[in-house]
Design a protein. Structure first.
Length: 202
């Protein structure tokens, strides 16, 4: 019995060792890929800081050089899209985290502070379709743009939408699924559609 138990624990230990090795190799490969990707993006006119980790499936687009900049040690998740079209600019601070499936789209100016975490499947934009005139098709009325400011140390929950003209203060928390149509003061916790203040952090 004791021999069988020792054999069982020995197998478990080996499996754990293998999993640790595989995990370490995966992390090393990702870091190497991110380094190569960062160098490549910088040669194409992007401003990618040192230590940035970029998923292989993340997509960057800018219509002019240096329209997109990402601070050091920031992580860009899988299937994210960071798009600066026309005269748009996107600046993401250091130590930020943009999780899987998030879209950030600018035609004017979006700034995201350092140490801010944005969960998966969020949408952040500084432009919207104009639709005031009934006698003109919406698709022919162009766009309205208003800059977006997201402070430092902000947490934005999954599936949240940040709309044009919004400023989110430092340390604010945006609840999952929120539609943020108005500015949020520092250290406020908001949630809902439209997002409303629930409390202030202490």
């Amino acid at each position: 019995m004791a021999a069988n138990m020792n054999k069982y624990f020995s197998i478990l230990a080996r499996k754990g060792f293998v999993e640790c090795v595989v995990g370490a190799v995966s992390i090393s490969v990702m870091k190497l890929y991110s380094l190569v990707q960062s160098v490549f993006l910088n040669t194409r006119g992007y401003g990618i800081g040192s230590g940035v980790i970029v998923s292989p499936t993340a997509v960057f687009f800018q219509s002019r050089s240096r329209a997109i900049s990402v601070g050091r040690n920031t992580r860009i998740g899988r299937n994210t899209r960071i798009n600066a079209g026309f005269d748009g600019k996107i600046n993401i601070g250091a130590n930020a985290h943009i999780d899987d499936g998030t879209f950030i789209m600018a035609q004017e100016d979006i700034r995201i502070g350092s140490d801010t975490w944005i969960a998966g499947c969020c949408f952040i934009t500084d432009f919207n379709h104009s639709f005031e005139k009934r006698n003109i098709k919406i698709s022919d009325q162009g766009y309205e743009t208003k800059p977006v400011r997201i402070g430092a140390d902000v947490w934005i929950g999954t599936h949240s939408v940040i709309l044009p003209g919004v400023t989110i203060g430092d340390g604010a928390v945006i609840g999952a699924g929120s539609i943020v149509t108005k500015s949020v003061p520092p250290y406020a916790v908001v949630a809902g559609n439209p997002a409303k203040i629930i409390k202030l952090r202490k």
